[in-house]
Design a protein around this ligand. Structure first.
Ligand code: SF4
Ligand code: SF4
Length: 257
């Protein structure tokens, strides 16, 4: 009798289950309208000039079976072609027809999760959500993290738990990305923002890896949003972690979730 090897990547069926469960928007705000105002009317994370969605081959199989929204991305120049040549052999770069044609149910994992990735510590524990910091000058959400809904956090965590259970490469890529963030933030001498799995706000000190409760005001505002007033927090922060809002300049009334 032979024993089945456990799968190393998530099957299309697992992605389908995740798509069905992971539907919460990041916040009650239309953040796309905020960043599009500085990006020729296009939400930054929906423009391949800023970010090219990368999917696993099984997620790609699922997307193709559901919609004609997506196609394989064609690199416009040699430099992009070279950048993409480093992609893991299981991954495909794709692009959609554009934000005017978005189909909410057929967004990729990268659309659903942006601007967050699962933060993994040195011991390999998945602690919560941190940000793709290289977009902080353009992504409005990263300057207003208090808008993040608890439902989004819960669904994000459930989605990655399902993926990590079967996809070691996905776990390793995010563990490595977390380590790289610690190195970069150590150089910047900045704390890493972390929205914990428990829905509370933390910071990670990148040199000694301590995880401590935090306030949103500690993380600053960046790029186009440097001079913004604080956006209204989601209700979960006022209810679960009011201390995280201390020091936010004139936070508005809690936004509806
Ligand atoms: S997540 Fe950030 S980059 Fe994407 S639409 Fe919202 S503000 Fe813009
Ligand atoms: S599918 Fe929607 S959310 Fe995803 S990149 Fe296209 S327009 Fe943006």
């Amino acid at each position: 009798m032979t024993r089945q090897r456990p799968p190393r990547t998530a099957s299309p069926e697992i992605y389908e289950r995740i798509y069905k469960m992971f539907v919460a928007p990041v916040s009650a705000f239309d953040c796309g309208a905020k960043c599009a105002a500085h990006n020729d009317g296009v939400p930054v994370c929906c423009s391949t000039e800023a970010a090219i969605p990368i999917v696993d081959k099984h997620e790609w199989k699922l997307l193709k079976s559901r919609t004609d929204l997506w196609s394989e991305y064609k690199a416009p120049d040699k430099a992009t072609e070279k950048e993409l040549s480093d992609l893991h052999h299981d991954c495909v770069a794709i692009e959609c027809k554009g934000f005017m044609h978005c189909e909410r149910d057929n967004r990729s994992m990268s659309c659903r999760t942006f601007p967050f990735f699962p933060y993994i510590d040195r011991d390999g524990d998945f602690l919560g959500l941190s940000v793709f910091w290289t977009f902080e000058d353009r992504c409005w959400v990263q300057s207003h993290l208090q808008i993040v809904n608890l439902r989004f956090v819960d669904e994000f965590v459930t989605a990655y738990e399902s993926l990590f259970e079967v996809d070691r490469d996905e776990f390793t890529a995010n563990r490595d990305h977390s380590a790289s963030m610690r190195r970069v933030f150590a150089r910047f001498e900045r704390p890493i923002p972390l929205i914990g799995r428990d829905g509370l706000l933390y910071k990670v000190t990148p040199r000694d890896h301590k995880v401590m409760r935090a306030r949103f005001a500690e993380f600053g505002r960046w790029g186009f949003y440097e001079k913004d007033a604080a956006a209204a927090p989601a209700k979960n922060w006022t209810q679960l972690d009011p201390a995280s809002l201390t020091g936010l300049d004139a936070p508005g009334k809690a936004a509806a979730d």
